[in-house]
Write a protein that binds this ligand. Structure first.
Ligand code: S3P
Length: 434
């Protein structure tokens, strides 16, 4: 599917982003192994979350899917069943990596695979720690890639210093540790998103957290099912934050956005760049901080983005590159080598696509340098089947001179199926050329 974006006269209105992807996956997986039935409201109804639903259903978990909520019938810690067939995580790294931790402790055999993109992403990062815990787990290409084959085993706790900051790896180890004998301690190089820790605690699991060190003290006897209203996804809100900041006539109110500090780097970085962002109605939902955000047209300036900030905005970097192209001065993004192993190599794909639009952007090994010129021009671009790139390019199209055509625009279904209609509602300028 192709999508054409024109520069609208103004971008004005109110929007509620879809439910958070990371929290939706976790609410499904953790409630699947909890005692009792849980209601998950405002979940994200996207392709990635549907991959997790299908994998859990294949292991005997009953999940009722409604438009506005899921009802997850927990099987208890020991209630999952051996699936009849290979599990398919689709495009979803979160499904594959987190489920690997869970499967490592189940008394049966599973094989889990994914699409071309997921089968090219590193899996040794979960295989290594799970093997140290006693898991029997193998992967293609000398245990580096999916498909993964996992034969459940008795696990034991480990002390593990993670070589990369990854919430998916941390969460896989935490899921395995629920079944392990003895304490499991994980040390992160930089703190990554902490939704798993928050949810496990809310379900009654004893975790000690001190700085970047997390200890899980089970084996857990049981998890209490957790009714939750999933906050809006700040990674989805990011597109409207940038659109509002860079368009000359914009005011967008984005309601019900998750502003967990391990995820809200986009707000801090845009504010440092000069974006006018107001944060209102701060409150908590399901143990997660939530707020409404108002963004207005702003004059942005270039900044340096690196170090501890990176995991707090890792998924937002493609759209930050768009903001930086429209800013005055130089933006340097470093320490973001992880972008090379996302749904696409986001350093190469973001650079190549924004160059087509006239951006002065160059690759670094671990980031990018963008010399903001304050203008972009419409071009024929490709999402590279990467949802975040498709949406970042759409935002670039909203300020570009002339039309921007985005090929493979359906990639948005991975994390934000209503993206094109939300864009239409805010701008009235969107055309579907499929
Ligand atoms: C996620 C963690 C991040 C992020 C991904 C979702 C999660 O990946 O990029 O979109 O839900 O745990 P890494 O763990 O690979 O950093």
């Amino acid at each position: 599917m192709e999508q054409t974006i024109k520069q609208p006269d103004n971008i004005k209105g109110q929007i509620s982003p879809p439910g958070d992807k990371s929290i939706s996956h976790r609410a499904l997986m953790l409630n699947a192994i909890a005692d009792g039935t849980a209601e998950v409201k405002n979940y994200l109804p996207s392709a990635d979350v549907s991959s997790t639903i299908k994998c859990l259903e294949a292991m005997g978990v009953k999940i009722e899917v409604y438009d506005d909520k899921l009802i997850v019938h927990g099987t208890g810690l020991d209630g999952l069943k051996e699936p009849n067939d290979i599990l398919d995580a689709g495009n979803s790294g979160t499904s594959m990596r987190l489920l690997s931790g869970l499967l490592a402790a189940q008394p049966f055999l599973t094989t889990i695979t994914g699409d071309d993109s997921l089968r090219s992403r590193p899996m040794d990062r979960v295989i290594k720690p799970l093997r140290l815990m006693g898991a029997s787990i193998w992967g293609k290409s000398s245990n580096g890639l999916a498909p993964l084959m996992i034969k459940g085993a008795d696990l034991h706790g480990i002390k593990y210093e993670m070589p990369v900051a990854s919430a998916q790896v941390k969460s896989a180890i935490l899921l395995a540790s629920l079944y392990a004998q003895g304490t499991t301690t994980i040390i992160e190089p930089i703190k990554s998103r902490d939704h798993t820790e928050r949810m496990l605690r809310a379900m009654g699991v004893a975790l000690n957290i001190s700085g970047n060190e997390i200890s899980c003290l089970p084996p857990a006897k049981s998890l209490k099912s957790l009714n939750i209203t999933v906050p809006g996804d700040v990674s989805a809100a990011a597109y409207w934050l940038v659109a509002g900041a860079i368009h000359p006539s914009a005011r967008i109110e984005i309601t019900n956005v998750g502003v967990n500090p391990t995820r809200s780097g986009i707000i801090d970085v845009l504010t440092e760049m000069g974006a006018k962002i107001e944060i209102k109605n701060e409150h908590k939902e399901g143990g997660e901080p939530v707020a409404d955000l108002i963004v207005k047209s702003s004059q942005l300036k270039g900044i340096n983005i690196e170090g501890d900030m990176i995991p707090r905005l890792i998924d937002e970097i493609p759209v930050i590159a768009v903001a930086a192209s429209m800013a005055k001065g130089k933006t340097t993004i470093r320490d973001a080598g992880e972008l090379r192993v996302k749904e696409s190599d986001r350093i190469t794909t973001t650079t190549a696509e924004l160059q087509k639009m006239g951006a002065r952007i160059e690759e670094l090994l671990d980031g990018m340098v963008i010399n903001g010129t304050g203008k972009l021009r419409g071009a024929e671009c490709d999402s590279h089947a990467d949802h975040r790139l498709a949406m970042a390019l759409a935002v670039a199209g909203l300020v570009a001179e002339g039309d921007t055509m985005i090929y493979n625009a359906e990639a948005v279904n991975i994390s934000y199926p209503d993206f094109w209609s939300d864009l239409d509602n805010l701008t009235g300028q969107n055309e579907d050329n499929s």
